[in-house]
Design a protein around this ligand. Sequence first.
Ligand SMILES: Cc1ncc(COP(=O)(O)O)c(C=O)c1O
Length: 451
Amino acid sequence: MSFSRDLERYAGLFASRTRVMKSSAMRDLMAITARPEVISLAGGLPDTSTFPPESFAAATRRIAEESCARALQYGPTEGLEETKACIAEAMAAEGMRIDPEDVIVTTGGQQVIDLVTKTLIDPGDVVIAEGPTYPGAVPVFSSYEADVVQVDMDSEGMRIDLLEATLDRLERDGRRPKFVYTVPSFQNPAGVTMSAPRRRRLVEVARERELLILEDNPYGLLRYEGEAPEPLYALDGGVYVMYLGTFSKTLSPGIRLGWVAAPAPVLEKINLGKQATDLCTSTLTQLMVSAYFEQGRWRDYVASLVDLYRDRRDTMLDALAEHFPPQAEWTRPAGGLFVWATLPDFIDTTDLLARALRENVAFVPGEAAYLDGRGRSSMRLNFSGCGHDEIREGIRRIGEVITEQVELYGTLTGERPALREPAPEPAPEAGGASVVALPDRAERERRAQRP
Ligand SMILES: Cc1ncc(COP(=O)(O)O)c(C=O)c1O
């Protein structure tokens, strides 16, 4: 039976929200890029081959010997006390103090985005997000029928002046956003970090306007240089800021362990939402984290990841400088896993991906990071999941397909696409990412018109 006949049979049964549900671009890409011949710079995969098998074996052996029945049992929805103690330790490493009562252990950080949206959003309610935003949040916001308003970023993260202007505009229309979603450190996908003054102002704005913030921070500990600015959660003290943490990038995404800290009344609703979703997070992996933390080497492991990913980032930046045409520009992240590259406007990176896949290389097209069709000439490139040779070769292949497009454009239009202006020397500013400024559309259009 054909898929369309099948669809007819079931279509009348679907909830109306399924019409606005979106597939995650990255999930789709993961299926294609699983082919061994494809170099994937698309995923956000940490390199789990670096995790010491003996630590894994010791942790699981200990659980088998000391708490087998408990590990195989359901647990409390809010999570195990010993896992919360590890969470408190991880948050303390970034200057946050947390009361275990204020935390729920979740099935990955992704579940936090889902539960917070489920708790706060009725169809049509406004969520404010960065532009570009984490591509994995897009399907969540869509499935709860949120109206997502994206606020542009520059090299210091979300433009808080634009945020305030957006809030004023919404207020005039009688609309009050439910929350602001931000990834302030080493943003996925843009790689930029919100500066300390912007963080302070964002927390002030939240207080002035009684607005919740969801601070999503999977990458804060993966810092390759510079000083860490204070997390929003520390600045606010957990009044208006909800905090999403995860062990995915500092330990393993396979264990699916994240957490949310939030004001008590909000946490209570999130707890109800979680009960309905999955009753509790895996007891087994919660115990694995606590057994691993007891070994006392988790910070050393994170330090080894920092060294590894810093080198891979440098390899990617060198390869970009060598292989991408001068009309391209890209961010220079001081941490995290991603570089965001922007090409001339006439290149559509979704089309470009089809060509790149023919050359057995993949990236995430920028469109996946917007809900309004923007981002079409940008791409997200991951440098943590591949070795140096693959990064160099992957960037070389992508550079080749871009160069073809640039030359084709020149041949068809007789115009020479505008050159990228030299990147400013990254200033070693306290806490901020050293980045090439994210291109502002108007500025890029002006540049493109120059002869
Ligand atoms: C910004 C951001 N938030 C949340 C997640 C989800 O992480 P997990 O569910 O693996 O904890 C990711 C994963 O890449 C991410 O980049």
